[in-house]
Design a protein around this ligand. Structure first.
Ligand SMILES: Nc1ncnc2c1ncn2[C@@H]1O[C@H](COP(=O)(O)OP(=O)(O)OP(=O)(O)O)[C@@H](O)[C@H]1O
Ligand SMILES: Nc1ccn([C@@H]2O[C@H](COP(=O)(O)O)[C@@H](O)[C@H]2O)c(=O)n1
Length: 213
């Protein structure tokens, strides 16, 4: 690769952005950070300490954690995801996690990050930006089957309601709301297989890089 490349991948819950970001990381040989895990780590600490996620000071007190916590499979539960979307609305929580993400994005060899505000706040100068979307029902079907496979008994309607509530919180918060950056390419995965979505993502990244060369 001629130059270090930063790729920003944003989108709502279960749109497939993590799957695509991991595949792009493999394809380009770049390190990848799932930034949702940072907010999930704060949420897990809040839950463990029995604090109130809606209270900014409680959430801020939980922002100091080692990178090793990000490997904890306990961060991936739906309950932690829900609390993550509450703590992530606090400006002081976002500020506490900002430099960690910017450092990752700016490492010398390049990087891929996925989240909600990568193209808008964390890496506004990224070489390529994708905003990955899918309809709420399709995202809920994906998440439902993922949870069922993991042995978690939850109804489709519950999963759909959680997805809609999370979208609403993430898009309506005042600080760094989830939105497509003006220069991001839109990738709708609703009717694409994983393989087709990844191929499309690679084509979009290549087109962005060629356009900027
Ligand atoms: N194009 C696709 N077709 C079918 N299933 C998909 C597709 N993309 C991803 N999935 C599946 O949907 C689920 C959610 O995907 P993924 O974890 O990549 O989403 P995400 O946007 O990163 O979610 P979150 O923000 O909640 O972490 C996974 O089980 C994944 O295998
Ligand atoms: N850049 C980001 C990434 C995530 N969040 C918040 O964390 C929640 C969990 O994220 P997942 O990607 O693991 O689902 C998410 O709902 C957001 O509230 C964020 O604000 N910014």
């Amino acid at each position: 690769m001629a130059q270090p490349m930063i790729i920003a991948v944003d989108g709502p819950a279960a749109s497939g952005k993590g799957t695509i970001a991991r595949a792009l990381a493999r394809h380009y040989g770049l390190p990848h950070l799932d930034t949702g895990l940072l907010y999930r780590a704060v949420a897990a600490n809040v839950l463990r300490e029995e604090l109130d996620p809606a209270v900014e000071a409680d959430a801020v007190a939980c922002c100091d954690f080692p990178d090793s916590l990000l490997d904890d499979p306990g961060l991936r539960t739906d309950e932690v995801g829900k609390v993550a979307s509450i703590v992530s609305a606090h400006p002081l929580v976002r500020a506490a996690l900002l430099q960690r993400q910017k450092r990752f994005a700016q490492q010398p060899g390049g990087a891929i990050l996925d989240g909600r505000d990568i193209g808008t706040v964390i890496a506004p100068d990224a070489n390529a930006k994708l905003f990955v979307k899918a309809t709420p029902r399709i995202r809920a079907q994906r998440r439902h089957s993922e949870l069922r496979k993991a042995g978690i008994d939850v109804t489709f309607d519950r999963v759909l309601a959680d997805i809609r509530a999370r979208d609403d919180r993430d898009a309506k918060r005042t600080d760094a709301p989830m939105r497509q950056a003006a220069d991001a390419a839109l990738l709708d995965t609703s009717f694409l297989s994983i393989e087709a979505a990844v191929q499309r993502a690679i084509a979009l990244v290549e087109a962005r890089i060629a356009a900027k060369a």
